[in-house]
Write a protein that binds this ligand. Structure first.
Ligand code: ATP
Ligand code: MG
Length: 263
């Protein structure tokens, strides 16, 4: 379970301007929750994921995973519990290293013992996980990752992110840079990995249809706040059009609120 309690994060932009990227964010994600996150550019979606991953520490508030408070844990200490896939297929894997070296690194993530990567010892396991992908990568263990296509690389990243069975999987527009067919394949792969490991997932997407179809919950962010949390019947009955409508309504209401404050 992931719990965020009144989490705040303000960034200092150029010229001393302050940007409140997260404002008193509360979120409870139960084990097995697969939450899709929508919201306009700059709404705070990536910052929310960065808070969970420990890329930045919050200015205030608490973050708990399965009852342990991790609020001030550095990123590397959280790595064992948290898997992550970014929008850019170039991130998340080391291009100059081979497929098996990348897998060995992922396998060791969050473990302190020993410096050797244990490539040879785990080769059979690596082959087995790559076979699951169905991309033929199991016969290319010694190829450097830079030779893979974006989709192949993103599949590998996804596999690596979940290799050590994390508690939480963070996906930040992880299909945005892929062609529609490859994106659909990665989404199917995501679903099957999540089901097999019963992970708690936060997935950012700009695709509203995908946001409503994948997972069991959808949250909408605006200006650093969670302004909508859809699940169950209410979510089932929400169409892309009505989600868009909610989006515009929130924007308008906030705009009017701001005007009222200024008046
Ligand atoms: N490291 C940083 N330093 C300064 N400002 C930042 C930093 N990270 C995020 N911000 C600011 O915080 C706000 C929220 O950014 P964030 O990246 O979370 O948005 P987002 O919802 O992921 O947007 P997008 O859909 O464009 O990816 C933005 O105004 C952004 O400029
Ligand atoms: Mg983002």
């Amino acid at each position: 379970m992931l719990l965020m309690e009144r989490v705040n994060k303000t960034f200092e932009l150029g010229g001393g301007t302050l940007k409140r990227a997260l404002v008193d964010v509360n979120l409870v994600a139960n084990e097995g929750d697969f939450i899709t996150i929508v919201g306009s550019n700059g709404a705070g979606k990536s910052t929310l994921l960065n808070m969970v991953a420990g890329v930045y520490l919050p200015d205030s508030g608490k973050i708990r995973v399965n009852g342990s408070e991790i609020t001030n844990w550095p990123e590397h200490k959280r790595a064992r519990y948290i898997g992550r896939v970014f929008q850019d297929p170039m991130m998340g894997t080391a291009g100059s290293m081979t497929i098996e070296e990348n897998l060995a690194m992922a396998f060791k993530r969050g473990q302190r013992r020993g410096l050797r990567l244990g490539v040879g010892r785990n080769r059979a396991k690596f082959r087995a996980v790559l076979e699951e992908l169905g991309l033929g990568l199991e016969s290319r263990l010694k190829d450097p990752v830079r030779l893979l296509s974006g989709g192949q690389r993103q599949s590998l990243t996804l596999m690596m992110a979940t290799l050590t069975a994390p508690k939480i999987l963070l996906l930040d527009e992880h299909t945005a840079a892929l062609d529609p067919k490859t994106a659909a394949t990665i989404i199917e792969l995501t679903k099957s990995i999540v089901e097999n490991h019963s992970l708690t997932v936060l997935m950012v997407t700009h695709n509203l249809k995908q946001a409503l179809e994948v997972g069991n919950r959808t949250i909408m962010m605006h200006d650093g706040e969670i302004v909508l949390d859809l699940q169950g019947k209410e979510r089932e009955e929400t169409s892309v059009d009505s989600l868009l409508e909610m989006f515009s309504r929130v924007k308008k209401e906030r705009f009017l609120d701001d005007r009222a404050l200024l008046a």
